[in-house]
Design a protein around this ligand. Structure first.
Ligand code: APR
Length: 181
């Protein structure tokens, strides 16, 4: 564990690793609004979780999921119980509502986790890959939204960010250290 922050007795943790390895109640997918699958986190989740995840999302969410929101499915062959498919914004320079949309993506993911009695949830660095969001800016929003959520609701018990690259770990560590609780 590289870093941890306690908010109201709950934890925000950072680890470097692969989201599909996480033994938590719910892992978050960096999905697209058609829920069509893709590369990066999305590719890894569907590869390792198997075809039942896509069959379920096609059946339950035929219209996909708007940017800034999230939907939930079972997790197929993954160690987690649920996959929360969260759609972050595509970076367009920062003046097209991206910060609000990225915050709302995280909030909706956390709400779904709590509604499904998840005590632990693992997020990737949503929007920072194919969608091009600068990782330092995305980290501040992801961590800030999580700290506000825990401050308000005191659950889930653990919010973990699972980061692939050293750069992402550094950006999220800086964001975590700047939270005032
Ligand atoms: N575990 C954890 N993090 C990962 C993994 C993994 N297995 N694979 C990639 N990452 C990291 C990337 O390095 C990046 O920092 O997750 C972050 C998010 O990258 P993307 O998966 O590209 O997600 P995003 O930027 O939100 O783009 C979403 O990409 O794959 C498509 O279908 C997806 O269209 C959607 C878009």
């Amino acid at each position: 564990m590289s870093e941890k922050l306690n908010v109201n007795g709950q934890a925000i943790e950072l680890v470097q690793g692969d989201i599909t390895d996480q033994c938590v109640d719910a892992i978050v997918n960096a999905a697209n609004s058609r829920l069509a699958g893709g590369a990066g986190v999305d590719g890894a989740i569907h590869r390792r979780g198997g075809p039942s995840i896509m069959s379920e999302t096609r059946r339950r969410y035929p219209d996909g999921c708007p940017t800034g929101s999230a939907v939930i499915s079972a997790a197929g062959d993954l160690p987690a119980r649920f996959v929360i498919h969260a759609v972050g914004p595509i970076w367009q320079g920062g003046d097209s509502g991206e910060p609000e949309l990225l915050a709302s993506t995280h909030r909706r993911g956390l709400e779904l986790a709590v509604e499904h009695d998840c005590h632990s949830i693992a997020f990737p660095a949503i929007s920072t890959g194919v969608y091009g969001y600068p990782v330092d800016k995305a980290a501040a929003i992801a961590i800030g939204t999580s700290a506000e959520f825990l401050d308000e609701f005191s659950k889930p018990s653990t919010i973990r960010f699972v980061l692939f690259s050293r750069d992402a770990v550094e950006a999220f560590t800086a964001a975590l250290r700047s939270v005032k609780v």
